[in-house]
Design a binder for this molecule. Sequence first.
Ligand SMILES: [Zn+2]
Ligand SMILES: [Zn+2]
Length: 243
Amino acid sequence: MRARDDGVIRVEDHGDGVWRIEELYALPYCRGAIWVVDGSDRRLVLDAGWGLVPLDRCLPELFDRPIVAVASHTHFDHIGGLDRFANRMVHPLEAAILADPNPTAVQSLPFLLDHDTLAFDPVPGGFDAAAWRLPAMPATATVAEGDRIDLGCRVLRVLHTPGHSPGHICLFEEATGFLFAADAIYDGLMFDTLPGASVPELLATHARLAALPATRVFPGHFEVFDRARLVYLVDRYRREKSA
Ligand SMILES: [Zn+2]
Ligand SMILES: [Zn+2]
């Protein structure tokens, strides 16, 4: 892997074997980050974006190691490209959605018809939001609270973090304090009214994340931040919801 930006796909090197792949055609609020974590034995890919430009075609070097792909949750902007990975993991509460990722289940419709989501259209012939269907991509394994994903010389612990969605998970690396938070918390407007979302559950998830000895937070959208910002964001959201 190497950092690059071809105007469609950007690969950022975050150091310590952590990379972010971004699909620049999606607007940031619905551009699910694809996080890559390299261990000595395996590469973890957390989330798979929209997949409108297949990663195996435009970024073949991503696939030059054994990969375990994990879905933080099953919204369309996080699992669109997951079918390109042979080993796919998800929390049991959202496994049925991967097996049948219809537009209602992945929440692509009616959302795509009601919102601006693309910065530009990357699909030859044009992206047809109304007709977009993801292929079935059943999980090859499930992951739940407390599971450890061993990549060789580094281990990520699974945290079940509902609130944004019922089976949402975060990954935490105790050795480094790296928290891969996906859509549980990021530095932007939280989506907490979607089907399956729960503000009380999200508040509980936030309290849990803020108590972790995190050093860096790698979110599902927007920029990376530190623990001080995490605590600030958690507090700000809690105050908003109790106002
Ligand atoms: Zn998202
Ligand atoms: Zn989401």
